[in-house]
Design a protein around this ligand. Structure first.
Ligand code: SF4
Length: 231
């Protein structure tokens, strides 16, 4: 699966102020049920108060990632109030001969953000938007939890899937070009929608399809639809 490669590269080159975070010092508990953090227990919300917020996940079968967490902007201990927030997850997956298999894995990996709960963090994500807001508890901040701790807890969960070979996670609390990142994340989301459309066995008729713009831009989508029709 190479459909997302150019988009991954575009995001990585836009995050040119990000730094690689040191190894995590705190191992955070992770459960499969999203925890509830009430407002009075919340130190701040990443992406809260309508601040710029974007989140995306993209896979590749021929890009290798460093199994590291990166940060552009302030770490958790430096944030005092609701802040802009970006989260970008890149995952190297096994090269399945059938693209439908890869698509099923993408759905499985995407679903993780609705199921996973890291101690001290509450995710508020919507399937309809690319926003992923995270409430951070006062307790977590008091105990000195960092993005490295949070990111490494998430990375470990992604790396547990047998078909995941490597991964990278980028957090952003200071955007130098939010509109650009938001637009590339939108293209990633549209590419996944096109795959959904293709594997739903919908008719191949680009003249009436609302995904034409993304299929014109991302190499390989139209060919994939054609190949799938012929099966
Ligand atoms: S290839 Fe054409 S019909 Fe298929 S998803 Fe893209 S625009 Fe739609």
């Amino acid at each position: 699966m190479r459909l997302y490669n150019n988009l991954i590269n575009e995001i990585k080159s836009s995050l040119n102020h990000s730094i690689i975070l040191p190894e995590s010092k705190n191992s955070l508990n992770v459960s499969n049920k999203n925890s509830v953090i009430f407002l009075f227990d919340t130190a701040f919300e990443l992406g809260g108060s309508q601040k710029p917020c974007v989140s995306t996940l993209a896979v590749s079968s021929d890009m290798t990632f460093s199994n590291s967490v990166f940060l552009q902007g302030n770490d958790l201990n430096e944030i005092k109030t609701d802040s802009p927030f970006g989260k970008f997850v890149f995952i190297e997956v096994e090269d399945f001969p059938d693209e439908q298999d890869t698509f099923n894995k993408i759905k499985e990996l995407e679903a993780l953000r609705y199921h996973l709960s890291v101690d001290g963090f509450m995710t508020r994500a919507s399937t309809l938007s690319m926003r992923e807001q995270i409430r951070v508890s006062k307790k977590a901040i008091k105990s000195g939890v960092t993005f490295s701790d949070y990111g490494n807890a998430l990375l470990k969960e992604y790396l547990k899937f047998p078909y995941v070979k490597s991964a990278e996670l980028y957090f952003v609390t200071d955007f130098n070009d939010f509109e650009k990142l938001n637009s590339v994340a939108k293209k990633i989301s549209q590419t996944t929608s096109a795959l959904n459309h293709i594997f739903d066995n919908v008719m191949f008729d680009c003249s009436t399809c609302n995904l034409k713009e993304i299929c014109d831009e991302v190499d390989g989508l139209k060919e994939l639809h054609l190949k799938n029709i012929k099966k």
